[in-house]
Design a protein around this ligand. Structure first.
Ligand SMILES: *Cc1c(COP(=O)(O)O)cnc(C)c1O
Length: 415
């Protein structure tokens, strides 16, 4: 029995079976590479859903984390600490917003944004009590709390978890006219992913974000962009909204905000929205803690100092261009921006991901037929070239395409 099997059995026995992971048991990572307990080495093409844009175990972020651990890790917001203020100042300077509210997971940032939008609706827009409506998109992914899954269009995310929070309205993604038609006097916000990550790296039509921003402004509705996966350089811009020159009223970020060291998320707005919160309105024991803040500061510095945005833009265009030239009978379409690329197949993607793993490349199918390529942004052109050789071989391999469909494959791409 190899060592991996032991850990897989423990996990299968003691963990709830709420995921269907690829069977690779990772014990160590450095940059774009991860190593399993049996001594195999893999190129990480998922980056923990874009939480590790800076690469695994980035030495500068690690140094900041270790130094902060030796000072103080948690004060709670009952007291102040010397890391949170500088972190939020630097975050606002880098993103151009006036205020930030730090949380931990992405779902918490989304919940915070929803609360902030509702409060704005009642206090500023004058919506009657408990009547606020928030418009969301079909195919959305904003996290896993009961409120958030309640406005998902994915049956597997919601089944057996109701009843759900009211006040959400769904429109098709990429259809600005549908948004405008759905707005009522009680609409306080429209929440959208500039590229739907979990939905399958779905890029909306060119100009969509600009159009919805104009519609929101015209109807006094807040535009909430969920940039938790697309933000912080992933798509070749600081934020995916930047590609269309759109500045949302509310932005949620997370994932790469900590470079994968620790859960750190935040909501960004100007004074007019987050400025409405009063003591008691919202909170989190760990949100804004000094360890997470010190890590966040270092993670942001790495994005800036190593020019990860430019890297993502240039290498992403190269990677996507090469993928587009692969003439595989199983590939329908290659889409995405920067190093955020989805290869849409006409057949289940899981078996291709398993074949890539056997060749030392880790990626994960999303929505059954899409392979997402989102390596750490520190990847080199040589590493991309190496990966492309294997990707091409696997995408051309009839034996892979005809591998029998494994158990639970139908829902395995839903993360
Ligand atoms: C991952 C993700 C979330 C949820 O983040 P968690 O840290 O898993 O709670 C929310 N929105 C988007 C767009 C995401 O990709």
């Amino acid at each position: 029995m190899n060592k991996s099997q032991h850990f897989i059995e423990l996990e299968e026995t003691y963990s709830a079976h709420n995921y269907h992971p690829l069977d690779v048991v990772i014990e160590r990572g450095e940059g774009v590479w991860v190593y399993d307990v049996d001594g195999n080495k893999y190129l990480d093409c998922l980056s923990a859903y874009s939480a590790v844009n800076q690469g695994h175990a980035h030495p500068d972020i690690m140094a900041a984390a270790v130094a902060q651990m030796g000072r103080i890790t948690l004060t709670s917001r009952a007291f102040r600490n010397d890391q949170m203020g500088p972190f939020l100042q630097e975050l606002c300077a880098m993103t151009g917003y006036e205020m930030a509210l730090p949380m931990n997971s992405g779902a918490e940032a989304v919940e915070t944004a929803l609360k902030a939008a509702r409060k704005w609706g009642y206090k500023v827009k004058g919506v009657p009590a408990d009547q606020a409506e928030i418009i969301v998109c079909q195919g959305n992914f904003h996290g896993r709390t009961t409120t958030i899954v309640g406005f998902s269009s994915e049956a597997a995310y919601k089944k057996d978890f109701g009843p759900f929070t009211p006040g959400f309205v769904m429109v098709p993604y990429g259809d600005a006219a549908a948004l405008e038609a759905a707005i009522t006097p009680n609409t306080v916000a429209f929440m959208v992913e500039p590229i739907q990550g979990e939905g399958g790296v779905v890029t909306p039509p060119e100009g969509y974000l600009k159009e919805v921003a104009d519609i929101c402004a015209k109807h006094h509705v807040l535009l909430v962009a969920d940039e938790i996966q697309t933000g912080l350089g992933r798509t070749g811009a600081m934020f995916a909204c930047d590609h269309e020159g759109v500045r949302p009223d509310i932005m949620t970020i997370g994932k790469a905000l900590s470079g994968g060291f620790y859960p750190v998320s935040a909501v960004l707005t100007d004074q007019d929205v987050l400025g409405l919160f009063r003591p008691g309105d919202h909170g989190s024991t760990f949100g804004g803690n000094p360890l997470g803040s010190a890590i966040g500061r270092a993670a942001l510095r790495v994005i800036r100092d190593e020019q990860l945005i430019e890297r993502s833009r240039e290498l992403g265009a190269y990677f996507k261009g090469r993928l587009e030239r692969i003439e595989s009978p199983y590939v329908e379409l290659v889409r995405g921006k920067g190093l955020f690329i989805g290869v849409v197949l006409n057949t289940p993607a899981r078996r291709f991901c398993e074949a890539l793993r056997d060749r030392g490349i880790l990626c994960k199918e999303t929505h059954e037929t899409v392979i997402r390529f989102a390596p750490p942004l520190v990847i080199s052109k040589e590493e991309i070239d190496w990966a492309l050789e294997h990707i091409e071989a696997v995408l051309m391999d009839e034996a892979v395409a005809e591998t029998p469909v494994a158990f639970a494959e139908a829902t395995s791409g839903l993360d």
